[in-house]
Design a protein around this ligand. Structure first.
Ligand code: SAH
Length: 394
């Protein structure tokens, strides 16, 4: 195995179990590792630190073990089994909930790997070359350890670094496309299109926040902005909402939302979906003087990297300011950011500025985050990406 020696003092973050080695910390590489290869990290004295996947880029190594152990099929199988057993013991795998995240990268000590489960199908996404290289082993380990899973779909064409000399192809590693899957979340059914949909096809991370919305929806008029598959809309309907409007700029998303509403509430007249840009829709409302009791804002990540942070914060402020204008007195706003580079504090400040601009009294009822199947390693705080506020607007 190729050894990478660190510069003096650069071992400290690894000793605190942070799973990334940045290229600037490297003193010497013995040999010529290929991308994705398993390498050994040692300190300036040659003492063992960790084992990880090598990759060209700012993050040079993603650690898979802090022990000097054998990394074979059994090793990967153990990790997958542990992740499954945790979800199972938390009550996330039941007949009423067969939709959950099985592997959440660093949070499950598997940096570079994402796996979501929809009924009998696992959708696997590699973000590192190391995970791409062992995709077949991982797929086998998933089927062996997760009792209900029969198919593994690999979807990494857009998530792997494009500069790497590989050409990932999306497709089934095990099994095949099933006629009709029933993705069930908290007893609600969803059609999930992992072939054409965003990410793995469904945003599993909002499950608990959707449940909270359900509790507050009875008798309310609800606007679900950036609805995608209509997750929040369907929960609001089950919660007894009087009217639900779903908005997304993508016509495909609107189709999916309408389908999912129809599956759960056939012929229900309370729901209407609009394919429209968020800002345009909110501006039109102003003219129509239409207001809502509950508004959900769950936009795509406004900042995908650090350079975009300032503009992203402006975007969050502008969007939330619009919602504060359009919400009824005593209304409830669910507002989210899934940008990893935007901290909880920065997001809250952007929403604070928007609230102050609207001159309305705003109380924080809940501070939301990602659910237990998207765990954050305590050693890797960067894994915390989803943040939300539930606000009462006087
Ligand atoms: N709330 C959803 C996830 C939202 S993903 C859920 O619970 O599953 C973000 C969505 O925002 C995508 O569907 C995307 O099509 C939509 N979107 C992106 N830009 C938009 C814009 N300017 N106006 C309206 N929708 C937009």
């Amino acid at each position: 195995m190729i050894t990478i020696q660190l510069k003096p003092k650069k071992e400290e973050s690894l000793q605190r179990f942070h799973p990334w080695l940045f290229s600037g910390a490297i003193q010497k590489i013995e040999g010529n590792p290929t991308e994705g290869e398993l390498v050994k990290l040692v300190d300036k004295n040659g003492d063992f630190l960790a084992l990880g996947h090598y990759q060209i880029g700012s993050i040079a190594v993603r650690v898979v073990s802090f022990q000097n152990e054998k990394i074979d099929d059994a090793f990967w199988s153990r990790k997958i089994r542990l992740a499954y057993e945790m979800r199972k013991s938390l009550g996330l795998v039941t007949a009423k909930n067969n939709t959950y995240r099985l592997i959440h990268g660093e949070g499950d000590t598997l940096p570079g790997l994402i796996v979501d489960i929809y009924d009998d199908t696992a959708v696997m996404q590699a973000h590192s070359i190391g995970m791409h290289e062992i995709r077949e082993t991982l797929a086998k380990a998933i089927v062996e350890n997760v009792p209900d899973v029969k198919n593994v779909y690999y979807k990494s064409e857009t998530t792997l670094p494009f500069k790497a000399a590989i050409e990932p192809e999306d497709g089934y590693l095990i099994g095949k496309e099933t006629e009709q899957i029933d993705a069930i979340e908290n007893g609600l059914k969803f059609q999930v299109d992992w072939l054409r949909g965003q990410k793995t096809g469904f945003f599993v991370d909002q499950r608990e926040n959707r449940s909270l919305l359900e509790r507050y929806s009875n008798g309310k008029s609800v606007l679900n902005m950036f609805c995608y598959t209509g997750g929040f809309s369907v929960y609001a309907m089950r919660g007894g909402a009087e009217l639900v409007h779903s908005v997304d700029s993508s016509a495909k998303a609107i189709d999916l939302t309408n389908k999912n509403v129809e599956i759960n509430f056939p012929g229900d007249p309370r729901h209407t979906a609009y394919a429209e840009d968020a800002f345009k829709y909110l501006n039109n409302l102003q003219e129509l003087e239409q207001k809502y009791d509950v508004i959900i804002l769950d936009p795509p990540a406004f900042a995908k990297h650090r350079e975009a942070l300032r503009n992203a914060l402006k975007g969050y402020k502008r969007l939330n300011a619009k919602a504060f204008e359009q919400i009824k007195p005593g209304g409830i706003l669910f507002t989210f950011s899934c940008s990893q580079v935007v901290s909880k504090e920065q997001f809250r400040l952007a929403v604070f500025s928007a609230a102050a601009e609207s001159k309305r009294h705003v109380r924080i009822l809940h501070q939301l985050s990602q659910p237990a199947d998207h765990p954050i390693s305590i050693y890797h705080p960067e894994g915390e990406y989803l943040k939300g506020l539930v606000l009462w607007v006087e």
